[in-house]
Design a protein around this ligand. Structure first.
Ligand SMILES: [Zn+2]
Length: 249
């Protein structure tokens, strides 16, 4: 998935789904039933990745990166006439624009709706072992790990796969793990309208594995505990018990 989706949603927000006229007796309840957010709305509440708006179409980005990567490979002394290498610059360019860094384009933000917490669920919800595959912005090498993401509902709940999708979206940017952790928490806290969110990521950085110290076993853990997860010791301990068994694989 890549560019050009769902721009028509980007008007005012958050939007409540319009209730049917035939259901006036439950109008008020329905009004609160489902809230749809636009990418622009959510992203304005999330701490930014350092980016400059280029307004360059994706095709042009691919064209220019292909050209520059051809130069890099040539400087390294690789033979671009070789069958195996000929298309590498274009493959790399497409991979950056359409795959690894698709999270730089707000049009690729997943569709997020939340619903009223009808069942008054008031305990912790933990989505465990969420795959994190991102790219270190210092070396442009893979970061690979797992996240545990939790919240305690207030008046809204979210479809569980949406949490994975939010984590995936912010992973598809050049990242530092600290910012990735906080961006996921910012987005969730906003759409769920609660400070009670927690994000824990344990990841391997391939810039530590394949270069530098070349340590294949060390992992990095980051955490953003908010609201009750930060202040209430029991809640914090319960969440951290879930986290203890996270290990990057
Ligand atoms: Zn790095």
């Amino acid at each position: 998935m890549s560019q050009g989706r769902k721009t028509k949603q980007e008007k005012k927000s958050p939007k409540k789904v319009a209730p049917s006229k035939s259901m006036v007796p439950v109008l008020e309840r329905l009004m609160e039933k489902e809230v749809l957010f636009t990418p622009k709305d959510i992203l304005s509440r999330v701490r930014p990745t350092p980016m400059i708006e280029t307004h360059m179409p994706d095709d042009e980005k691919v064209r220019q990166i292909t050209e520059k990567f051809t130069e890099i490979m040539t400087i390294l002394g690789l033979d671009l006439e070789n069958d195996s290498l000929r298309k590498t610059p274009q493959r790399v360019a497409k991979m950056y624009v359409h795959e690894l860094f698709q999270g730089m384009d707000k049009r690729n933000f997943p569709k997020i709706t939340v619903i009223e917490n009808d069942m008054n669920y008031d305990q912790m919800i933990v989505v465990k072992d969420v795959s994190i595959i991102s790219t270190c912005e210092h070396h442009f090498i893979t970061i690979h790990g797992l996240a545990h993401i939790a919240y305690i509902p207030n008046r809204r709940v979210i479809g569980l796969s949406k949490i994975n999708r939010i984590a995936r979206y912010f992973s598809k940017r050049p990242q530092v793990q600290e910012r990735l952790t906080k961006q996921i928490a910012d987005a969730l806290s906003y759409v769920l309208d609660t400070p009670n969110v927690a994000v824990y990521i344990d990841a391997k950085h391939y810039c530590v594995i394949s270069r530098g110290v070349e340590d294949i076993d060390s992992t990095t853990a980051t955490c953003d505990l908010r609201g009750a997860f930060k202040e209430d010791m029991k809640t914090r301990a319960e969440f951290m018990t879930h986290c203890r068994r996270v290990a990057s694989r």
